[in-house]
Design a protein around this ligand. Structure first.
Ligand code: CP
Ligand code: NVA
Length: 307
């Protein structure tokens, strides 16, 4: 049987993705009730971080411990990757010792190259192109709070970055309409836009994107790797801040999500995370539960109820 990877939301069927969300909610409930569930005893997750992380590292590490397994934090600085050992050789060696590998990287090709040479599941913990694990948590949060997102309208405001690209894939897989409002020159992947067809609308005006929306989301204006453009981007993204007043144009039941870290006073107003419509803290917590469901699905498939 060929090994399953999770490099993109497109690596799962819509039924599998919805099954992961339902399972994440069950695993959250088990943890809240203090029930031990350790299907990954003696399993080890390797985690390669080329970029900084708080949520992704903590949620995968805590998740593996809670499932009875362990994880290894691997930085290119302290491994032979930093001294030029090829990704392919690293993948062959690591995958003979580990049960799954999570990678946070710059070039998405690093992930596909690693996965091509790995005999164990590889998980995308963020690349310059996609952030699929975050979308599991976002979709879980919507499902918990408002029910199915199918047929709803989502507004993405700001940079057409890795998060925005994953929202396009989510629109396809979870069957919602996505309106993206971004400045010229900061559009998401043209390939993904073409794939999504009329499910996704590209706009310039944040107010038009948010009007009547059920979910509004944004992200930093300068992602990791673009730090040197941060100053110039402040000018390009002027007018794209999500504020309470902007959310007032949305559906009365709207929720606001932000993958975090947030820059208050830039992509969001200073008070937005304190607004009752913001569920960013639940969303951050759900990284833990959604990824535990993903780890169970990939590493201990016998335990998965869905699919
Ligand atoms: N949202 C997210 O991936 O956060 P970290 O960069 O802290 O992992
Ligand atoms: N777009 C951001 C997401 C961080 C979780 C980045 O890539 O830096």
């Amino acid at each position: 049987m060929s090994v399953r990877h999770f490099l993109s939301l497109m690596d799962c069927t819509p039924a599998e993705l919805n099954g992961l969300l339902r399972r994440a909610i069950e695993l959250k409930d088990l943890r809240n009730r203090g029930i031990l569930y350790e299907p990954l005893k003696n399993r080890v997750l390797g985690m390669i971080f080329e970029k900084a992380s708080t949520r992704t590292r903590v949620s995968f590490e805590a998740g593996m411990i809670q499932l009875g397994g362990q994880s290894l934090f691997l930085s290119p600085r302290d491994t032979q990757l930093g001294r030029g050992e090829p990704i392919s050789d690293t993948a062959i060696v690591m995958s003979r010792m580990l049960d799954a590998i999570m990678i946070r990287t710059y070039a998405h090709g690093t992930l596909t190259n690693f996965a091509a040479h790995s005999q164990v599941p590889v998980i995308n913990g963020l690349s310059d192109e996609l952030h699929p694990c975050q979308l599991l948590a976002d979709m879980q949060t919507y499902l918990e709070q408002r029910g199915s997102i199918a047929g709803k309208t989502v507004a993405w405001i700001g940079d057409g970055n890795n998060m925005c690209n994953s929202y396009i894939e989510a629109a396809i897989q979870f069957d919602f309409q996505l309106r993206i409002a971004c400045p010229e020159g900061y559009e998401p992947s043209a390939e993904l836009l073409a794939k999504a067809g009329d499910r996704v609308t590209l706009l310039r005006d944040p107010r038009a994107a948010v009007a009547g929306a059920h979910l509004v989301s944004t992200d930093v204006w300068a992602s990791m790797g673009h730090e040197e453009e941060a100053q110039a981007r402040l000018a390009s993204f002027k007018g794209y801040q999500v504020s309470r007043a902007l959310l007032d144009l949305a559906d009365p039941g709207v929720i606001f999500l932000h993958c975090l870290p947030a820059h208050r006073g830039e992509e969001i107003s200073h008070d937005l995370l304190d607004d009752p419509r913001s569920l960013a803290w639940d969303q951050a917590e759900n990284r833990l539960h959604a990824q535990k469901a993903l780890l169970e699905f990939l590493v201990a498939p016998g335990y998965t109820k869905n699919a």
